[in-house]
Design a binder for this molecule. Structure first.
Ligand code: MG
Length: 301
């Protein structure tokens, strides 16, 4: 197991207490563009995509072994674990959002908006009300590199919500390339990255509607892709030089510097304090003093 120095760069004193291992484990190094990390607590494994290689991988926390979970994998990209512990995935090749049920069968949650196919769903989160929110940039149809080249059937790259009955509603239409998304801890806010603009915007959530959309952060080094929150409400955002960490007030608190461009992140482990980074060819992991917020909140919340 290769160990790589982990460097936390403190830019605001409020970040001084946030740290962790001063090294990262490189738990996988055979990818082309890794993405879509989701930790499954019941099985103690991490699922992630290796998009250009068209496969979904599984890293077993109990043995450290990595194997292929699914290949070909419809160029799966981002995913989340829903309230019932099921994996919900964005598939760029089939241009749809799917869920794997407990018996292994696959349910298509959405593949069209008003009769037109999506571009290539990229990342997804679930709200406690059962609504599933996802972004639909065009990376999977722009070329054959991470999908299947095809013309868009829509008038741009937008954000959508699937309600629990399966109805799809467009919730934001003023993005260039919407990408990662994450709710605030009370789910009253939704953070969405734009991977063309290199920004995070923040929206107020009201049922199935969004309002606001103010600029929350600008990347300054590459672009933002996937984002996750910790239990303090801090926003951890993937970037070219690692992970940028923002206070809910928008202040850049600090960074975790990583030797490869980071596409996404999540926490896992029994205490949800083990950070996993999907970073170009690799998956890096380290324990942090920060704890990851749950991927989704149960219906009882
Ligand atoms: Mg993404």
């Amino acid at each position: 197991m290769e160990r790589i120095k982990a460097r936390f760069e403190v830019l605001d004193e409020r970040f001084a207490k946030v740290s962790g291992d001063d090294w990262m484990e490189r738990i996988f190094d055979g990818g082309r563009w890794t993405e879509g990390p989701a930790y499954v607590p019941a099985g103690r494994y991490l699922v992630f995509s290796d998009i250009p290689n068209d496969r979904v991988m599984r890293w077993d926390e109990t043995t450290g072994a990595v194997g292929v979970l699914r290949a070909p994998a419809d160029y799966a990209n981002g995913r989340t674990l829903d309230r019932l512990g099921r994996l919900v995935s964005c598939e760029q090749g089939t241009r749809r959002v799917t869920r794997v049920e407990h018996d292994g069968s696959v349910t298509v949650l959405a593949d069209r908006y008003r009769g037109n196919r999506f571009n290539s769903p990229n990342d997804v989160v679930e709200h406690a009300d059962g609504g599933i929110w996802f972004t639909d940039p065009s990376y999977g149809i722009d070329s054959d590199y991470e999908g299947v080249r095809a013309p868009s059937e829509l008038d741009g790259c937008h954000v959508y919500r699937i309600d629990p009955r399966g109805e799809v509603r467009r919730v934001a239409d003023d993005f260039d390339r919407p990408n990662g998304l994450a709710f605030s801890l009370d789910e009253s806010l939704l953070y969405i990255t734009d991977s063309e603009q290199g920004t995070i915007r923040v929206f107020r959530v009201d049922g199935d509607k969004l309002s606001g959309g103010e600029l929350f952060a600008e990347c300054g080094n590459g672009i933002f892709d996937g984002i996750r929150l910790d239990t303090q409400g801090r926003v951890w955002a993937s970037a070219a030089d690692g992970v940028h960490v923002y206070h809910p007030d928008g202040t850049l608190l600090g960074k975790l510097l990583v030797p490869e461009t980071v596409s996404n992140l999540t926490w896992g482990g029994p205490k949800r304090n083990r950070l996993f980074l999907t970073a170009t060819t690799s998956i890096y992991s380290l324990l942090t003093t920060a704890t990851g917020a749950p991927e989704a909140y149960g219906p009882s919340r």
